[in-house]
Design a protein around this ligand. Structure first.
Ligand code: SF4
Ligand code: SF4
Length: 179
């Protein structure tokens, strides 16, 4: 009987010890979230899925050259001399036709180095991080578009025309003394 009571007590004590951390966390602020119903607010410069705005890409390839794992694939060719001029949103003329612009996010190490040299800021990290998949081919993103609509008027000229003249209006003629 004495041994039986000792065993029962030991079992009870073991559960108490095992539940010590659980008990402690009943009375402190919770450290977990009910994902996906709840989400952490991510820091503003979080590095997530890349995006490239095709209509602003001039095909310079600087992003691909900056990529340490070479997961950006670009194929472009010179636009025909007779082709109408097109521009990126910041006024950079687009002189190349970009036929292929692929990013393999399964290789990307999220270093963000590709975004810094882009002269038109058209490649950037988005806040999107929920794109897990069991099929790696789904991480190969194709950004080149057939039939994309480009800006055909130089945005810099447009802005200059719309801006008020920096030259002050001519001063009224001086009133002659004694008039
Ligand atoms: S974030 Fe880094 S690894 Fe990913 S595509 Fe850009 S340069 Fe390459
Ligand atoms: S750096 Fe920017 S403009 Fe140049 S190819 Fe890459 S995405 Fe296009």
């Amino acid at each position: 009987m004495k041994q039986w009571l000792a065993d029962v007590w030991e079992g009870f004590w073991t559960v108490l010890v095992g539940m010590r951390i659980t008990w402690r966390h009943l009375f402190v602020k919770k450290a977990t979230l009910h994902y996906p119903e709840e989400r952490w607010v991510l820091p503003p410069k979080s590095r997530m899925r890349l995006f490239m705005k095709y209509e602003d890409c001039i095909g310079c390839g600087q992003c691909a050259r900056a990529c340490p794992v070479q997961c950006i694939y670009i194929k472009s060719e010179k636009r025909a001399p007779a082709a109408p001029p097109i521009f990126a949103a910041n006024g950079q003329p687009i002189k190349l036709d970009v036929h292929v612009f692929d990013i393999d996010m399964s290789l990307c190490c999220y270093c963000n180095l590709c975004t810094y040299p882009c002269p038109t800021d058209c490649i950037y990290m988005t806040p999107e991080f929920e794109f897990a998949t069991t099929d790696l081919t789904q991480h190969l993103y194709h950004f080149a578009k057939q039939g994309a609509t480009f800006i055909t008027e130089d945005p810099k000229k447009k802005t200059a025309a719309a801006a008020p003249s920096a030259t002050p209006p001519p001063a009224p003629p001086a009133t002659p003394a004694g008039a």
